[in-house]
Ligand binder design. Structure first.
Ligand SMILES: [Fe+2]
Length: 150
């Protein structure tokens, strides 16, 4: 393994971690603010998805440490690295929330693909394997959200 490949993997994992924190808080934001006839179902679904995403954060950060890298330290560090756009308008309608989260989970899936390629390049078999489970979870979230949109 080259040190370049390892540095690229660490950077990629830190990007994934930033996206996981951002997607977590955005999903919670929608859990808190969703309104309308589907309130009950969406309030519960967003909470389930947020819990699943939050559980990833520790696993991702510890993959970085196991590779000898330093990981994220603050909200500012997360903001600097994430690709997930904040949504601070808490009045958007329920279907707009579902649509945004579906797109954000697709962005997350693309990032997972990048991490997997970097793990293969660096010869990190453990990350390579666990990313498949994280991808399946993200695809399930995206699928549920798509089905709600009809
Ligand atoms: Fe809650």
């Amino acid at each position: 393994m080259t040190s370049n490949a390892k540095a690229a993997l660490i950077d990629s994992l830190n990007g994934l971690l930033a996206d996981a924190f951002s997607l977590y808080i955005k999903t919670k934001n929608f859990h808190w603010h969703v309104r309308g006839p589907q309130f009950h179902d969406l309030h519960l679904l967003f909470d389930t998805q947020a819990t699943e995403i939050f559980a990833l954060t520790d696993l991702i950060a510890e993959r970085v440490r196991k590779q000898g890298g330093a990981t994220l330290t603050s909200p500012a560090a997360i903001a600097a690295k994430t690709q997930i756009k904040a949504q601070d308008d808490n009045s958007i309608d329920a279907m707009a929330m579902v649509k945004e989260l579906a797109q954000d989970n697709n962005t997350f899936i693309a990032k997972l693909r990048e991490v997997k390629a970097a793990a293969e390049e660096a010869g990190d078999n453990a990350t390579d394997g666990i990313v498949d489970d994280w991808t399946d979870q993200a695809e399930q979230r995206a699928w549920f959200l798509r089905e709600i949109m009809g």
